[in-house]
Design a protein around this ligand. Structure first.
Ligand code: ZN
Length: 234
């Protein structure tokens, strides 16, 4: 079922996908090269996926900058969140049961909500990453000054609602992971574990690929890795 809440603030900024579709050849190639660099990193171990996520984020941010004209994520993220073209690109892939993006988005969503590490540091509440997800949620949500994204997700968990992770929820979780990246330099806390960051990276990089925003270099060999992943996920 769709989320009954509007989870993003209103914005005056609009997104126009035609700007991206009409992008000149050179900048398009530059972005596709950047995408390919990030794409190859999905075969690294989850512990190495933080810089990979940062690269994939850079591609997302540049694409959003092109469709909205805004450089600051505070400006472009609400705009692409409510944009029908961005949402359709994501949600159409989610409709495909064989999609790897869908698999990684579901794994990523198993770690939602993403708590704001800056809040955790402020109240000195960072927990060791060995705790279960349930214990983490119980501890962090007890302090009302600790925020999380998607901000409706705790209520969904309480209600036992089976909310399919859609564009709006997933984008807000990617934004939350990006904001956490440099707050805790040790990657030791429960909101920066390899599992969360790796699934954020893999869901994002497969979104960029499977939504056909960017393309793998056709000269690359057939991708055995992908097919193996599909088989093991069934
Ligand atoms: Zn929701």
């Amino acid at each position: 079922m769709p989320c009954p809440e509007t989870i993003f603030r209103q914005t005056q900024i609009t997104s126009d996908f035609s700007h991206f579709l009409r992008l000149a050849k050179e900048p398009k190639r530059m972005l596709n090269d950047l995408f390919e660099t990030a794409w190859k990193q999905r075969e690294l171990t989850p512990e190495q996926h933080a810089p990979a996520f940062l690269l994939a984020w850079t591609v997302l941010a540049a694409t959003a900058e092109i469709t909205t004209g805004e450089v600051n994520p505070e400006s472009w993220s609400p705009a692409i969140c409510v944009d029908a073209d961005w949402a359709a690109r994501f949600n159409n892939v989610m409709d495909n049961p064989k999609s790897l993006m869908r698999m990684y988005v579901k794994r990523f969503a198993a770690s939602w909500p993403i708590f704001t590490v800056a809040d955790l540091k402020r109240v000195d509440a960072v927990l060791p990453e060995t705790l279960t997800r349930e214990a983490v949620i119980t501890a962090y949500r007890s302090n009302l000054s600790i925020h999380s994204q998607p901000d409706c997700w705790l209520r969904h968990l309480d209600e036992g609602a089976n909310i399919v992770p859609d564009w709006q929820h997933t984008l807000s979780a990617w934004v939350a992971v990006r904001r956490n990246l440099f707050v805790d330099s040790g990657w030791y806390n429960t909101e920066n574990t390899a599992r969360i960051v790796a699934n954020a990276f893999l869901s994002l990089i497969y979104f960029l690929k499977e939504s056909k925003l960017y393309f793998e270099n056709p000269s690359l060999k057939p991708d055995i890795f992908d097919r193996t992943q599909v088989l093991t996920s069934l």
